[in-house]
Design a protein around this ligand. Structure first.
Ligand code: OAD
Length: 486
């Protein structure tokens, strides 16, 4: 990899951010003023900073919403005036074959289809503020959609079936497995973004403008009590791991696993026996905690009781140092002052202000999980760019919505000729995988192992059930997997 490429990736792989395709994809949420994704935070910031001139800003949000239509749910293609799924797939294919200029010449310029309708082929819902306007008003939006489509990795046409996936697994010796919260949900640990059951749905009552702020480093510094109030819900409480963890272990035992990049902080890969040298915990883990003031690092077991009780854990070393300072002397409080615009934050500040006047306060312990606004561990970049990139022969993405950068960038950084397989409940429309296998990941890996003739052992795998695999209508390489009780 050229030095400037590496530098560019090092820059873009810095801190976790929610990507634009996550922004405002839910029309209802947008209209009623509630909040999803990072744009809302952006909108808050914009409206605070540039009061009175936010017409353009809010329009930008509408454009983003349009670009992020919920293609997965099939909502977009079912509407009047939209392309059907088959038409959309055919247009996308044609664009790649003939290129942008020719594609535009034979479609909108030749008058065979309107720009408004063609937008839907690229996952764009025509925004309401363009309703009733000349078709030319949709050209810029169409241009963005085409651009986005052309930047996607191109699916490799030779891999389409579940048996192709099995052959790839059997012949590969350097597999990157990229995992997310979906591989632990069968153990009762919630994922983040599933509607209703995901952690962010459960946190909607916290009074934050965006539930993801729970993992925002600035907010943690301002008011750690918000994180501590939910930490008990995400704290791993058992060493049990899922059949999907066992599957990754099986790949390791067969010398096929290059690296497991996990976004999970539950540490279950370690319990499943994934070797530390094969594991990158991209978002850190609950194994250790560090004082945000003095950097004192401890095993998380030391602050477990505070975490479980929802109480902000303070640093023992800071406490000892404070005790050694002569009585009567004052020290500056650790947390910074801030706007405190939200009720919850305000009450935390009020409660600590009194203390602040008289006594020094020890630093807050932060579990070593990566928050939004923090860098990922150096090992993540080094392993990906300086080791795995040249070795990988198969990419297996399991149980992640791939909505948080820089981990979501991993699939784009790897050589496009390396096959990429996706296993999750929902399809992921912003990445072109070669084969999509949809359903419960434990079920899918069980079926893949059965077809491969591999003995996947796990107490949660039912012996007397069979798995039904169906090709999804309108697709050549998208399958749904379901357990059928026999
Ligand atoms: P998400 O909740 O965004 O995505 C989990 C995906 O797994 C969803 O697409 C689910 O449909 C799917 N899923 C859930 N249960 C499943 C099952 N049993 N079988 C198959 N699929 C299943 O979680 P992540 O992508 O892991 O970061 O989230 C990435 C990051 O966002 C997290 O690491 C965290 C969060 O904000 C930080 O806090 C920095």
């Amino acid at each position: 990899m050229a030095a400037e490429d590496a530098a560019r990736w090092h820059r873009s792989l810095k801190a976790p951010t929610v990507e634009t395709f996550d922004l405002l994809s839910d029309e209802e949420t947008f209209n009623d003023g509630a909040n999803v994704g990072g744009v809302t935070r952006e909108r808050d910031a914009l409206s605070e900073e540039s009061e009175g001139e936010n017409d353009e800003d809010s329009q930008l949000s509408f454009w983003e919403e349009a670009l992020n239509a919920e293609e997965e749910a099939g909502e977009l293609f079912d509407n009047d005036g939209a392309c059907t799924l088959e038409e959309a797939l055919a247009f996308r294919k044609r664009l790649r074959v003939v290129g942008e200029d020719c594609f535009l010449a034979e479609t909108v310029e030749a008058g065979t289809i309107s720009a408004k309708k063609l937008c839907t082929a690229f996952g764009i819902r025509p925004p309401f503020f363009l309703e009733g306007q000349e078709d030319e008003a949709f050209y810029p939006l169409l241009g963005l959609g085409i651009c986005r489509e052309l930047q996607k990795r191109v699916k490799l046409p030779q891999y389409n079936t579940v048996d192709d996936a099995v052959s790839l697994l059997k012949k590969s010796r350097n597999i990157i497995v990229l995992t997310g919260a979906g591989i632990s949900t069968s153990l009762g640990i919630p994922d983040f973004r599933s509607k209703g059951t995901g952690l962010y749905s459960q946190l909607e009552n916290l009074g934050l403008s965006d539930p993801q702020e729970v993992f925002d480093i600035s907010l943690f510094r301002e008011d750690p009590s918000i994180f501590y109030s939910v930490a008990k819900d995400i704290l791993p409480s058992s060493k049990k791991f899922s059949p999907t963890h066992s599957f990754i272990r099986l790949l390791q035992d067969q010398s096929r696993l290059l690296t497991n990049f996990t976004q999970n902080i539950d540490n279950l890969e370690g319990h499943a026996g994934i070797l530390p040298e094969k594991l990158i915990q991209c978002h850190g883990s609950f194994a250790t905690a560090t004082c945000i003031e003095c950097g004192y690092n401890v095993e998380c077991a030391k602050i477990y009781h505070d975490l479980k009780a929802g109480k902000v854990a303070r640093c023992d070393r800071c406490i000892q140092q404070i005790r050694q300072v002569k009585p009567g002397s004052k020290r500056k409080r650790s947390s910074n002052g801030s706007s405190g615009s939200r009720k919850r934050r305000q009450s935390y500040e009020d409660s600590t202000d009194d203390e602040d006047d008289d006594i020094a306060v020890a630093g807050v312990m932060k579990p070593d999980i990566t928050f939004f606004g923090e860098d990922l561990p150096k090992r993540f970049h080094d392993r990906l760019l300086e080791h795995d990139r040249d070795l990988v022969d198969l990419v297996l993405v399991i149980g992640t919505s791939l909505k948080v950068a820089p981990v979501s960038e991993v699939v784009g950084v790897l050589p496009p000729s390396v096959p990429q397989l996706y296993i999750s409940r929902e399809p992921c429309s912003h990445v072109e995988f070669d084969i999509d296998m949809l359903g419960n990941c434990d079920t899918i890996v069980t079926e893949l192992c059965r077809r491969a003739g591999w003995d996947l052992q796990h107490e949660m795998i039912a012996e007397n059930s069979s798995i039904d695999v169906q090709l999804q209508e309108g697709y050549e390489s998208r399958f749904s997997f379901k357990i059928v009780d026999t």
